[in-house]
Ligand binder design. Structure first.
Ligand SMILES: Nc1ncnc2c1ncn2[C@@H]1O[C@H](COP(=O)(O)OP(=O)(O)OP(=O)(O)O)[C@@H](O)[C@H]1O
Ligand SMILES: [Mg+2]
Length: 225
């Protein structure tokens, strides 16, 4: 068997709530193999986003150990962590998180600004990715001039800019109608078929059943496999 892309051991995250600590994540232990499509489900406030952002190296853990592609990232400095994130992970958010003042093309280029890629190569790749998600005609549009479905496809193109093996998506269809949601899911399926690992938070049991090969259920910060 190949090396897991993710191995999490007793991950814990607590937030300070007044004088007490509230645990958003408690002793989560699990492994994800390369090429899986995993859905994270659970009630609102159960810790789904906290878990996803923990896997994305965006949350400082209260406890536990986390290996990404064989490297324990809980030991890394902020700078090293940023490099690992940039190389291994593409993020897609419910609310797209595009920069409103930049064109679609510039938004997609952003993750490559931290690499030493030549500007022209960067631009060509961003354009190719936007064409791939069906937005070749929208390169110069700014996010306020895009529909929600288009904005989410720009966000997916951005997530692919550094060709990461792992895609993390937090309710990627949460702000979309069913037709645009289906288009976004078709894209995620395609990226999964190419061999990428996809981990997606969703409220929609039907979407999880149709697209994921495994569901991680979380309740009050506790994983139920
Ligand atoms: N930065 C933070 N500071 C304090 N508490 C937080 C913070 N982020 C999350 N929490 C708390 O942690 C718990 C889990 O939050 P999280 O956002 O992970 O839930 P969720 O399952 O994604 O919910 P939803 O389905 O509504 O998006 C909640 O009680 C939330 O209030
Ligand atoms: Mg959430």
């Amino acid at each position: 068997m190949s090396e897991p892309i993710i191995h999490a051991q007793e991950l814990a995250k607590a937030y300070q709530k007044g004088a007490t600590q509230a645990f958003a994540l408690r002793r989560a232990t699990f492994t994800i193999q390369p090429g899986e499509f995993v859905a994270i489900m659970g009630p609102s406030g159960s810790g789904k986003s906290t878990l996803l952002y923990t896997l994305g190296g965006l949350v400082r853990l209260t406890g536990g150990h986390y290996w990404l592609a064989g490297r324990e990232i809980t030991q890394l400095s902020e700078h090293e962590l940023a490099q690992v994130r940039n190389r291994y992970i593409g993020f897609v958010f419910q609310s797209f998180q595009l920069l409103p003042s930049l064109s679609a093309l510039r938004n997609v280029e952003l993750p490559a600004l931290y690499n030493r890629q030549a500007r022209r190569d960067r631009r060509v790749r961003a354009r190719t990715l936007l064409e791939r998600v069906g937005l070749g005609e929208r390169l110069d549009h700014r996010p306020p001039e895009l529909s929600g479905g288009e904005a989410q496809r720009v966000a997916i193109a951005r997530a692919l800019m550094n060709d990461p093996p792992l895609l993390l998506a937090d309710e990627p269809t949460g702000n979309l109608d069913s037709a645009n949601g289906a288009a976004v899911m078709a894209l995620l399926d395609e990226l999964h078929r190419e061999g990428r690992t996809v981990i997606m938070v969703t409220h929609d049991a039907e979407i999880a059943r149709q697209h994921a090969n495994r569901i991680l259920l979380i309740r009050d910060g506790v994983l139920e496999q």
